[in-house]
Ligand binder design. Structure first.
Ligand code: IPE
Ligand code: IPE
Ligand code: MG
Length: 239
């Protein structure tokens, strides 16, 4: 990792972990096998992020739209989430990782909600890395949820003005800086309803690699590329 010591790292990396199904299909395996191997990639990327000292990582694990998949696949994904929470808790505690959810947790069965809340509570004081998992997430729903909250608080006088800062406080990502880098695996050139408000000026990196193959080295390539980007935020490029 030595050549990364002197490069500009992002503060917040967001990842659309895509391609588990294709990875499995290419091997004539059921899609769930791709999700299981994808979980190994999650562990690798989380650990690498923590070791590099990047303070925020947000992983898109399940979208609101993903509920429309066959029941069997959804159930297996829920099962894998449960396994992940149980297996990874010791690592989170050891590595100082705080676990957080963005999305509609109430869409999930009670037992999953309980597990998620338990891990959030146990890891709540960890400070090395804030790991956000987007579950039953929809960027549009998040914006509507924020608008509803703002409308109420404006009416009852809790807020007097509505600007970008106030708006951000009503999002599920409250308190989390906007992503600097958005990575999408498996080559799709779309954002699939992910962090619509927050990615206004995020650098986008798409790789053809499928998520189960996306490990530390591929991640470091993305970070190197990010460090070479010229972020202008609408300004004129400096001479
Ligand atoms: C990403 O992989 C994981 C989830 C969306 C849950 P996919 O399951 O979307 O895999 P592909 O895109 O069909 O290959
Ligand atoms: C986006 O992947 C959601 C997650 C990675 C959880 P999808 O596979 O659901 O997105 P589309 O359908 O290709 O846009
Ligand atoms: Mg997909």
């Amino acid at each position: 990792m030595s050549d990364l010591e002197n490069i500009k790292l992002p503060v917040h990396v967001a990842i659309i972990m895509d391609g588990n199904g294709r990875w499995a299909q290419m091997r004539n395996l059921p899609r769930v096998e791709g999700h299981l191997v994808g979980m190994e990639s999650v562990r690798d990327i989380v650990t690498t992020t923590r070791n590099l000292g990047i303070p925020y990582l947000t992983l898109y694990a399940f979208s609101k739209e993903n509920w429309t998949r066959p029941k069997e696949e959804v159930n297996r994904l829920l099962e894998i989430l449960g396994i992940y929470l149980e297996q990874e808790l010791p690592l989170m505690m050891e590595k100082g990782i705080r676990f957080n959810i963005v999305g509609d947790l109430t869409d999930f069965p009670e037992r999953i909600q309980k597990k998620v809340r338990d891990v959030m509570k146990k890891t709540g004081k960890n400070r090395e890395l804030c790991l956000n998992i987007a579950l039953s997430y929809s960027g549009r729903k998040e914006i509507l949820h924020a608008v509803t909250g703002i409308a109420e608080d404006y009416k009852n006088g809790k807020i007097k003005k509505i600007d970008e800062r106030v708006f951000s406080r009503y999002l599920w990502t409250k308190g989390i800086p906007d992503p600097d880098l958005l990575i999408r695996t498996s080559g799709e050139l779309r954002v699939s309803n992910f962090l619509l408000w927050q990615i206004a000026y995020t650098e986008i990196y798409v790789t053809d690699m499928l998520w189960p193959d996306f490990r530390r080295e591929a991640y470091l390539d993305a970070l190197r590329e990010y460090s070479r980007r010229d972020r202008r935020f609408g300004r004129v490029k400096e001479a």
